[in-house]
Ligand binder design. Sequence first.
Ligand SMILES: [Zn+2]
Length: 249
Amino acid sequence: MVQWKNPADVEQTAVRPIQYSHADLHLHTVFSDGLMTPEETVDLIATRTHLRVIAITDHDTVEGAVVAQSYAQKRNSHVDVIVGQEVTTGEGDVLALFVRQTLPMFDTAAAAIAAIHAQCGLAVAAHPFGVGVDCVGGLIGNLPFDAIEARHGCPLNYFNNWRAHELNQRSQRLPELGSSDAHIPHNAGEAYTRFPGHTAEDLRQAILSNRVVPGGWLWTPLNLLRTFGVIVQRGWPVYVRDAEAVHLE
Ligand SMILES: [Zn+2]
């Protein structure tokens, strides 16, 4: 027997809007050159920002991300934590998202991307034309990245963000993400990625289907002052990228 729907229900279903959330997919903790612990990072982001998903992407280790993810899960936080890493390569930094184990340093960005994909992770070109950072630059035009960071929170990258977007639109048209690259959680969410849904898995699907949009803009002067205050309190983070200490592929 045919079940007829109430027309009012059909109308309600048809106009139900898609729910969008914000994610910040490039954050550091004391496990590399960040200023706060993974626990402090999760707590501050959960209470001070609108973010629903974050990725901890310390340089050359997933340890901080694993700690943050398990802390958020134990506390039943509304913030989903993705295990990530900022992978050092001889051609510039590559963000690994949704990985399980620490990746080594690589000579080439292509080798890093292949290793990230082997862990079923997503490879993102970090700050492709960033100032004062190691970046893959024009390689975003042809390497098999899953996305690029087209909006990076550092004020020095105002024009470089535009440059990355322009090259991407003229080449592979990869999904474009916004991320703060915050080294204290106060900057988290100042540049962000908008996506349909609210979980880490929703975000993954949104990247794979290119339904993400970079949002926000740059670190604010107030939070730059806060960063300075935390540095005065806790000292400058001592972190050296040591190719000798990490197995170089
Ligand atoms: Zn970074």
